[in-house]
Structure formats: C-alpha cells, structure tokens
Design a protein around this ligand. Sequence first.
Ligand SMILES: [Zn+2]
Ligand SMILES: [Zn+2]
Length: 325
Amino acid sequence: MKVKIVYNNEIHLFKQSNPTLQGIRQHIQKIYPNIDSNFTLAYNDSENDQITLSCQEDLQVLIDEGTPTIKVFVLTSKKPQEFPQGKMVHKRHTCDGCYTYPIVGSRFKCLECHNYDLCEVCQAKGLHNNHKFFKISTQEELEQFRKEHWGKFGHWGHGGCGFHRGGPHGPHGQHGPHGHHGPFGHETFKQIREFFQDPAFKEIKQTVCTIAKDTFSVIKTELEKHKNSKQEEQKQYECNTNDVQETQQEIQQEPQQEIQQEIQQEIQQETISQQNDCKIQEEFEEKVKGLIQVLQCDEKVAREYVECFKGFPLDEIVDMLLEKQ
Ligand SMILES: [Zn+2]
Ligand SMILES: [Zn+2]
C-alpha cells in the first residue's frame, strides 16, 4: 500500500506492504523530528468525510478495502481558543477548494453537489461559482439549512454521520488548519463524478446521443452525396478522357493521312513521269524509225541524231540534217 503523508504544504510518499498505524506514525516522526507527538492522522473517505485514524482497526478498514493509495493528513493539535473568537468551527468539514480543515468562520455549502463545501477565502475567490451556495456561519443558519435543505440529498440517508465509523474513539479534539495544499485535481474529479451521478446527465446523455445520431446520419448522407458526385465526376472525366484520346488519335492519324497522301501523290507523279517517259521513249522510237526511212541510214546513226536533237520534232530534225548534207 502506498501512503501519502500530507503535512505543512508537503506530501511525502512511502510504501509499506503491511502498513501499521504505528509504522506510519514512526515514519512521520522520522520525516518531521520536531513534530508534536500528539498529532492525529486522518483521511478523507469516498464521501469526502474526514475519518480519523486513531487505532490499527481504523487503518485495517482501508487495507481490507484494498485501497492502493491512502492519503493521510497529519493534524497537529491546537487549542480551541486559538480560533478567532465568535467564529463558527465546522468540525466535520474540509474546504474542497484548499483542503483546509476544519472550516472556520463561514462555510459555503453547495446546494447542488452532494458534498461540497468551501471556506470563506475560496468562496471569495469565486471557486465553483457555477453552483448556488448556502452560507453557514452561525448555529441559526445551520438550523435553517437543515430545515430547508436537509434530506434533499437522498444519499445522505446513511446511518449516523459517517464520522468515526471505525468504532467509537471519543472526541478527537479540534485541529488547527493543516495548511493549504493546493488543488490535487480533486475538485475536477469530484465534479465529474457528481456529473455522472446527476439524473440530469442521463437526459443530457440521451440528448447528446440523439444529436450524435442525427449528426452521423447527416454526415453519412453528405458523404454518400459526395461519393456519388465524385463518381459522376469520374464518369465525366472518363468521357472527357475518351474524347481526348479520340482527338489524340485523330491528331496522330492526321499526319499519317498527310504522309499517305504525299506518298500517293509521289506515286501518282512518278507514274505520270513514268508515263511521260514512256511517251518520250515512244516518240523517240518513232523519230528513230522515221529518220531511218527518210535518210535511209543505219538505226544506230538515226538514234544518235534523234538523241542529238532531243526535243525537236521529227520534220525539223530532217530539215536540219538535209541542210547540213
Ligand atoms: Zn478553502
Ligand atoms: Zn456544486
């Protein structure tokens, strides 16, 4: 079991497998050699009541419950007259803001929480100001509070006051304030616990669930819409892509067509030129034949003449040769 020792704004932690009250006391005296040996030990139970640890049986309750960590407050005795005259001492109450015990002067009792009290200082600081408080600073106010609000908290119905539940121990005297230890996150934890216990929470939970359900269905619908529109876009994109591909094919086909056309043109031109060549050849042969007939010469000589006067018609070639002769 871990034991946290809270004293004079300090917390000491030590471990004892089978803690004894005597062992804890000895440990405290070791840490604080000058401490008044009449100090009292106490802890806050789950209902935030301060329980005095005056004998081993008191501690045994915690050991039997299997409490992993126990926070022990070291309370040094102070004489009652040390409290300011005329101020009410709330012997059973620790301030939930600064953990001062007991609350002296005005005690501010939260009317909404099961067990939440503040001292004057913490109330003035505005702690827990989201809830209404009942100010108790006189016996009359305490009576009034009991008359108006007692029993309002159903779970207060435990027998007795929960104080000294380890058995009768006699009065433990009044303890001076044991110093401010600052918040331990205790308040937050307590608020959360109270919030979960609150019947209103059930209602809130249902409302939240309904809202969440609605929100999820809206989100789902929106997601589906989004998905559909994406699919539509994808389709559109694919269509466009096809168009683009077709265009690309066309673009690619175009030069091919051009090339083919050019080739065809070339072929045609070649054919024409070949045809022309044939024609020229035919004409050449005709000229050669004609020249042989007119001049009565060799074919070889006739070819040479025709070759020599290429481009001239046959009759002109004949005239030129006859003149020459
Ligand atoms: Zn306080
Ligand atoms: Zn409250």
